[in-house]
Design a protein around this ligand. Structure first.
Ligand code: TRP
Length: 337
């Protein structure tokens, strides 16, 4: 069984973009893989953030993941900063990471441009990401199993770099110690924000939160952008160019998608008719998620306990890996250890 690792930043409540783009797939992957999922708070501090709200955002993200169906009985879910070994391996990996490769990362260049003073942590972001993944190789046995990493298209460059980092460490210290993480590319649709323009993002206010009430879902869906060529009710539309149809593809069953597409192309339905059908399917899928989240939020200590158990499981693997890393790199052992 391949081991899958993925991480998500603690941005607070999940929105339907995160859900359709990643988390729904994470839930599915639990059936066939050994999954390790991490709320990456150490990555979140590489950009300006509000420390007073970090713990709450981390809790909210964990609750969203659990409510969406990440099952702590089958997957390991934890908070990155609870397993200090990530930071230690990350430091070690900086010593085998070519600076030029880091500077070439598109995401770094984008983010750096928007900051007056660029912290080194922003540059080292992919190194920590590499540590996140390769620290969970199960054993030092070569080709034991490949670690599969679900990635979005924008993460492909990072993944290439992570493979490079693993290769360099291996070639310097211990051949085939770290597996090179492979991409596990699944077909997810890129859902745009409700404005139909930008990526769905909380800071742009163009999202629907995963835990919003049926009324709020409808209020936000009603004015959402559709095929821009469809100006009047009588104009036929093109579902391929409609962001609302993309959302249908995430929530509505195939036969409903087919009907919606046909009614759109023939102007049989107006956009509002189409959105009503979508709202029904969204609400049907999201209502149990919202209810589970409410139960989890009623017991925050229970959530912290789950996260501690997840961190304990993760740490047991991470410590084993670091033990091997230290040994191969020639560090002096402490005491009897
Ligand atoms: N950089 C990822 C993002 O912002 C989050 C992340 C951190 C991650 N570590 C990871 C994703 C390891 C996959 C694997 O979305």
């Amino acid at each position: 069984m391949a081991r899958v690792f993925s991480g998500i930043q603690p941005s607070g409540e999940l929105h339907i973009g995160n859900y359709l783009g990643a988390v729904k797939n994470w839930v599915r992957l639990q059936d066939a893989h050994e999954c390790i999922y991490c709320v990456v708070d150490l990555h979140a501090i590489t950009q300006p953030y509000d420390p007073a709200g970090l713990a709450q955002r981390t809790h909210d993200m964990a609750v969203g993941l659990l409510a969406a169906g990440i099952d702590p009985a089958r997957a390991t879910l934890f908070v990155q900063s609870h397993v200090a070994e990530h930071s230690e391996l990350s430091w070690i990996l900086t010593t085998v990471t070519p600076l030029g490769e880091l500077e070439r990362q598109t995401q770094y260049k984008d983010k750096a441009q928007r900051q007056e003073s660029v912290p080194a942590g922003l540059l080292a972001y992919p190194v920590l990401q590499a540590a996140d993944i390769i620290i969970y190789k199960a054993d030092a046995v070569p080709l034991y199993h490949a670690t599969l990493v679900p990635v979005g298209e924008d993460q492909v460059q990072h993944l290439e770099l992570m493979r490079e980092i693993a290769r360099r460490w291996n070639s310097r210290y211990a051949a085939e110690f770290f597996p090179e993480p492979q991409p596990l590319l699944t077909a997810t649709k890129r859902v745009l924000g409700l404005d139909g323009q930008a990526k769905m993002s909380k800071s742009l206010g163009n999202t629907i939160g995963l835990l919003e009430s049926p009324e709020a879902i409808w209020e936000k869906l009603k004015p959402a952008a559709t095929d821009p060529a469809r100006v009047t009710r009588k104009d036929p539309g093109n579902p391929e160019l409609c962001n609302v149809f993309t959302i249908h593809q995430g929530f509505s069953p195939p036969e409903v998608q087919a009907e919606v597409a046909q009614k759109c192309r023939t102007a049989g339905w107006g956009c509002l008719d189409c959105k009503r059908v979508l709202a029904d399917h969204m609400i049907a899928e999201l209502t149990p998620i919202r209810e589970r989240a409410a139960e989890l939020n009623a017991n925050p200590v229970g959530v912290r306990t789950l996260l501690r158990e997840g961190a304990d499981r993760a740490r047991a693997i991470a410590r084993r890996t670091l033990h091997g890393v230290r040994r191969h790199m020639g560090f002096l052992k402490a005491g009897e250890d």
